[in-house]
Write a protein that binds this ligand. Structure first.
Ligand code: AP5
Length: 216
């Protein structure tokens, strides 16, 4: 199955995508992760991307569409999870065309609904393992042993440069202005499913599983 996880910053897209990779052998395509990798490249493009991300603006459609296109040619027996892509109507149209070209199609779009107050708490409390990228939270998901990643045993924990109040305000504005129109776009295509992203992580995972298994 090929699916989109759609939702504002902090909705839990990355957290749920990592579970689906583990449990269903799917491939996570996170444009945010790809761009964070690009910004460390030391190139001029990397510097431009870093400035845009730190402000909380969206990177140009051309750049992200190019990043996704490069990945769609590989083998994906379990299907792709598009995490943080598409984010504009233009990206959504490009994804439809790219999937068609690769002989694939989109099976479901899962919108994760979370209110703004919870998003702020989630983003300001988030930290990740510097080695494997596992996502944690100061209050809701701490490692079993303080400072040690549950997944890989890494001990370097990181905070993202754009997880601050100013960037988050701008990221939310970009979401409501440019990304939320995708909800109507996919609803009209009969592909939209909505889950309560405010529920516990396990319960959100169960709601997503029900959509994928056709039991929702
Ligand atoms: P990106 O990396 O995609 O970030 P985002 O969309 O802002 O989403 P986040 O990664 O912040 O949140 P998430 O939904 O994955 O939540 P998470 O699971 O971590 O994009 C970053 C930037 O890159 C953009 O601003 C833009 O500049 C650029 N970009 C990326 N894609 C682009 C595109 N397509 N076009 C243009 N520009 C693009 O969870 C958050 C926290 O909450 C964690 O601490 C977690 O432990 C906790 N949590 C998760 N679920 C729950 C739960 N159910 N209950 C309680 N806590 C929970």
């Amino acid at each position: 199955m090929n699916i989109i996880l759609l939702g504002p910053p902090g909705a839990g897209k990355g957290t749920q995508a990592r579970r689906l990779v583990e449990e269903r052998n799917m491939i996570q395509l996170s444009t945010g992760d790809m761009l964070r990798e690009a910004r460390t490249s030391g190139t001029e493009m990397g510097q431009i991307v870093a400035d845009v991300m730190d402000r909380g603006d969206l990177v140009t459609d051309e750049i992200v569409i190019g990043l996704i296109d490069e990945k769609l040619s590989g083998d994906a027996a379990g299907g792709f999870i598009f995490d943080g892509f598409p984010r504009t109507l233009r990206q959504a149209d490009a994804l439809t065309r790219s999937l068609e070209k690769a002989g694939m199609s989109l099976d479901a779009v899962i919108e994760m609904q979370v209110d703004d107050e919870a998003l702020v708490r989630r983003i300001t409390g988030r930290f990740t393992c510097g080695s494997c990228g596992e996502v944690y939270h100061d209050e809701t998901k701490r490692p079993a042993v303080e400072g040690v990643c549950d997944v890989c045993g890494g001990t370097e924990m990181k905070h993202r440069a754009d997880d601050n109040a100013d960037s988050l305000k701008q990221r939310l504005m970009e979401y409501y202005k440019k990304t939320s129109p995708l909800i109507g776009y996919y609803y009209a295509k009969g592909q939209l499913h909505t889950v309560d992203g405010l529920a516990e992580i396990e319960d959100v995972a169960a709601s997503i599983a029900a959509v994928l298994d056709g039991t929702a």
